[in-house]
Design a binder for this molecule. Structure first.
Ligand code: NAD
Length: 288
């Protein structure tokens, strides 16, 4: 029977470490890490995510600001607002919650954030560093970074393994592929145009699925002993939160598996907090 990768437990421990780091920064350097989340419009799900981030940040001692803007804000006004926070010494991390209204170019907004405050790790400069496996400090997309933390927590080998990532989004699939590749896995990224996804998943030692398709993968999708990481956060026909993987079924094949909920989800927020503190320390080390 598969071991369950307990995202809630790992996230709790990571948050405790982050809280300790926040205390140290205050006592030694009189610094309080600052995180601003900019939310545009009134999308209910976005507000729920932002509230969760805000509450967690406050609990850990991070100075958390939620800056709500109306859906009518123009692209230039939003860029001006980002620049205000880019120039604010009290702010170490800037996150713009998606989705943005249709008139605003998300790529332009991502580029407007100072790469040193890019807590989501989406800025092209940071993505470039990730793909080059740069040796300096830089932020990385929180969901994939959190998944690596989970694999390391259970001492799951990455080097030399066959890893398959399903999904090629900029926020999960691509950075996940880069992280696994940097850690020495033979990595394949597959997606909706891949002819036969099973041809890849059945040979994989590690499968990370981020498709948003309810129960796309059952036990016949995996080889015996596979490590299965389910990023999907989907609603089934009864409105329940489920992943891309049929957990009960796939557990028969897996050596390790993440549940939904309680797997990858809690790690994403905990990693965001971890990274806010890392950005704060890196800017202090650079004398900024
Ligand atoms: P996206 O829609 O941007 O990308 C989905 C990817 O899946 C695409 O590359 C697409 O080609 C691929 N895909 C879709 N259907 C497929 C199929 N049948 N076979 C193979 N590939 C297929 O989505 P995203 O933003 O990367 O998010 C993916 C999922 O992960 C969603 O359920 C989202 O809610 C969830 N998510 C969870 C977290 C978390 O913290 N747990 C964070 C981000 C995203």
């Amino acid at each position: 029977m598969a071991k369950i990768i307990d995202g809630k437990k790992i996230a709790k421990e990571l948050n405790e470490k982050t809280s300790d780091e926040v205390k140290k920064l205050l006592v030694k350097d009189n610094i309080v890490p600052g995180l601003v989340v900019i939310i545009v419009g009134d999308d209910e799900a976005s507000y729920r995510y932002v509230r969760n981030k805000h509450r967690t940040a406050q609990k850990l001692g991070i100075n958390s600001i939620v800056d709500s803007q109306p859906a009518t804000i123009s692209e230039n006004e939003l860029i001006d607002l980002i620049n205000k926070y880019n120039n604010d010494d009290q702010i170490n991390g800037i996150l713009v919650q998606d989705p943005l209204p249709s008139g605003i170019d998300e790529k332009k907004i991502t580029k407007a954030i100072d790469p040193k405050k890019d807590v989501d790790g989406f800025h092209p400069l940071n993505v470039g560093k990730l793909f080059l496996d740069d040796s300096t400090n830089y932020p990385v997309a929180c969901t994939p970074k959190g998944i690596i933390t989970m694999l390391d927590y259970y001492n799951i080998d990455i080097k030399g393994k066959n890893a398959v990532v399903i999904g090629r989004s900029a926020i999960v699939g691509k950075p996940m592929g880069a992280l696994l590749l940097n850690r020495g896995a033979s990595t394949t990224i597959i997606h909706r145009y891949t002819k036969d996804i099973y041809e890849y998943t059945r040979n994989a030692d590690i499968v990370v699925s981020a498709t948003g398709q309810v129960h796309l993968l059952g036990q016949d999708a995996f080889k015996k002993g596979a490590v299965i990481i389910d990023v999907g956060q989907n609603r089934d026909e009864n409105g329940h939160l489920v992943g891309d993987v049929d957990f009960e079924d796939a557990s028969n094949q897996a050596s390790y598996i993440t549940p939904v909920p309680g797997g990858v989800g809690p790690m994403t927020i905990a990693t965001l907090m971890q990274q806010t503190v890392e950005l704060t320390k890196w800017s202090k080390e650079n004398g900024e």
